[in-house]
Design a protein around this ligand. Structure first.
Ligand code: NAD
Length: 413
C-alpha cells in the first residue's frame, strides 16, 4: 500500500501550516527537525535456534510540551523516514488535543505474523532493552500500534521494571488492566473515530441513523470503530484486512467471529469479496481508512464516492489524494483529530498510574468525549472561519501550540 513517502506527506502538511500561520523560517527549522533518533539492532533467537537481526527505531520528534508519546509498530515495511513522519504527526495530535506530551514513534521492521508467541516476547523484550535508556514515564511513553497489543505492552513494562528494580506501570500505556491499564483504552481509538464520524455527518447534514460506512483495515482501530458505529445505528456495509475486503455480512460480530478463526474476513459464508482498492470506491456515506499509510492517493482518490472520509489510520491520504478529495467536496476528518481517542485515553492511563487511583469506565468515556469534542469544535470552527479544510485547521491549531511552546521556552543556551 505504501507508494509514496509518509515523510514527504508530513513535511508538505507542516510546510502548509507554517505558511498559513505566517511563522518564520526559524520556526520552520525547529518544527521540521526531530529531536532524537535512536536506531538499534534487535537480535532474535528463533525457536529453532537460528539468530536473526532486525532493525528497530525510536524517534522522539518533540519533547517541548512534555514527555514524548507514541506507538510501537511491528511491521516489515517500517523504516526511519516513516517512523519520523509518524512521530511528527503524534506531536501535532497531542498539541491539538491539549495533552501535555510531545510526539514519538518506534518499532521493529519485522512481520509480527511470522513470530511465535515466545519469539514475539523475546523480540519485544530485547527491543525494549535496546531503547531503555531513552524511555520512561517522564521521558517517553510507548503504546501499541500496528502489529503490537497489550501483551507487548505487558512485556515492555516488565522489562523496564525489572531493570529499574521496582514496578513502573507508567512507562507504557495500552497495558492489561491488571497491570495498571485503563478501562476504555482498548476501544478508545475506535470510540474516537466513531464520535468524529457522527460529528462529521452532522456537519454535512446527513442523518447518522442508517448512514452507510466502509472500513479499510479490521484490526484494533477498524474493528472497534465498526463495533461503536454499528451500536450507534449506522450500517457497516464493507470491511477489509490485508488479504482483501468483503460485503454482505449480517453483523460485525458475525464477520469478527469468522475472521478470528480464518485469520481474514475474506471468504466468510454469504459475503462477496473485493480488493482493498474496490472498498475505497464503494457508494457509501463514510469511508474509514484504518490500515496503513498512503491508501488514498492521486490514483485512488478520484474514484471515492463517500461524502466523508474519517482517517482512522495515520497518514492514509497523500497530498495529491487530499487535493482531489477537497476539490470533490469530500469532508476529510484528519488523522490527528479522528484517531486521537487512543492517545487521549493513554494519557488518562498515565495519569491514573501516576496517582495509583483508577477511574470508572464512565469517567473515562465522559472525559474522552469532552476532550475530543472540544478539539472537533475547535477544528470545525477554525475551518469555517478561515474557509480552509479540517486538516489545515487541525494542523494550524496543533503546530501553532508547539511553535508557541518553543517561543516561550526560548533557545538554550
Ligand atoms: P492492527 O495491526 O491492529 O490492524 C491493522 C489492520 O490493517 C489489520 O486488519 C490488517 O490486516 C490491515 N492491513 C494491513 N496491511 C493492509 C493493507 N496493505 N491493506 C489493507 N489492510 C491492511 O493496527 P491498528 O492498531 O488497528 O492500527 C491501524 C492504523 O491506525 C495505523 O495507521 C495506526 O498507526 C493507526 N492508529 C492506531 C491507534 C491504536 O490505538 N492502535 C491509534 C491511533 C492510530
Amino acid at each position: 500500500m505504501t507508494t509514496e513517502s509518509p515523510i514527504k506527506t508530513a513535511l508538505a502538511q507542516l510546510r502548509r501550516a507554517v505558511e498559513q500561520l505566517e511563522l518564520s523560517e526559524n520556526d520552520w527549522n525547529t518544527l521540521s527537525t526531530p529531536r532524537r533518533i535512536l536506531e538499534v539492532a534487535v537480535p532474535l533467537r528463533r525457536d529453532d535456534g537460528k539468530v536473526e537481526m532486525y532493525k528497530g527505531y525510536r524517534v522522539q520528534y518533540s519533547t517541548t510540551r512534555g514527555p514524548s508519546k507514541g506507538g510501537v509498530r511491528f511491521h516489515q515495511d517500517i523504516d526511519l523516514d516513516e517512523t519520523v513522519a509518524l512521530a511528527m504527526l503524534m506531536t501535532w495530535k497531542c498539541a491539538l488535543t491539549h495533552l501535555p506530551y510531545g510526539g514519538a514513534k518506534g518499532g521493529v521492521a519485522v512481520n509480527a505474523q511470522t513470530l511465535s508467541l515466545a519469539e514475539n516476547e523475546r523480540l519485544t523484550r530485547r527491543y525494549t532493552s535496546e531503547i531503555l535508556p531513552i524511555i520512561g514515564p517522564e521521558r517517553d511513553i510507548p503504546a501499541p500500534d500496528v502489529g503490537t497489543d497489550e501483551r507487548n505492552m505487558a512485556w515492555m513494562m516488565d522489562t523496564y521494571s525489572v531493570n529499574a528494580g521496582f514496578s513502573v506501570p507508567g512507562v507504557v500505556t495500552g497495558k492489561p488492566i491488571v497491570l495498571g491499564g485503563s478501562l476504555g483504552r482498548t476501544t478508545a481509538t475506535g470510540d474516537g473515530v466513531a464520535l468524529s464520524t457522527i460529528e462529521a455527518l452532522k456537519a454535512k447534514g446527513i442523518n447518522p441513523q442508517g448512514a452507510t460506512v466502509a472500513i479499510q483495515g479490521f484490526g484494533k482501530v477498524g474493528y472497534w470503530t465498526a463495533v461503536a458505529l454499528e451500536g450507534m445505528g449506522l450500517k457497516i456495509v464493507a470491511v477489509s484486512d490485508v488479504v482483501g475486503g468483503v460485503t454482505g455480512f449480517k453483523s460485525i460480530a458475525d464477520i469478527f467471529e469468522f475472521s478470528k478463526t480464518a485469520g481474514t474476513v475474506v471468504g466468510a459464508p454469504g459475503t462477496t469479496s473485493m480488493t482493498n482498492e474496490e472498498i475505497l470506491h464503494l457508494d457509501v456515506d463514510v469511508l474509514i481508512p484504518a490500515a496503513l499509510a498512503d491508501s488514498i492517493t492521486g490514483a485512488t482518490a478520484g474514484g471515492i464516492k463517500a461524502k466523508i472520509v474519517v482517517e482512522g489510520a495515520n497518514a492514509p491520504t497523500t497530498p495529491e489524494g487530499d487535493a482531489i478529495l477537497a476539490s470533490n467536496g469530500v469532508l476529510v476528518v484528519p488523522d490527528i483529530l479522528a484517531n486521537s481517542g487512543g492517545v487521549i485515553v493513554s494519557y488518562f492511563e498515565w495519569v491514573q498510574d501516576k496517582q495509583n487511583y483508577f477511574w470508572s469506565a464512565d469517567e473515562v468515556k465522559e472525559n474522552l468525549n469532552s476532550i475530543l469534542m472540544k478539539a472537533i469544535v475547535e477544528v470545525s470552527t477554525t475551518a469555517s472561519s478561515k474557509n480552509i479544510t479540517w486538516r489545515e485547521a487541525a494542523l494550524m491549531l496543533g503546530v501553532s501550540r508547539v511553535a508557541e511552546a518553543h517561543r516561550l521556552r526560548g533557545l538554550y543556551p
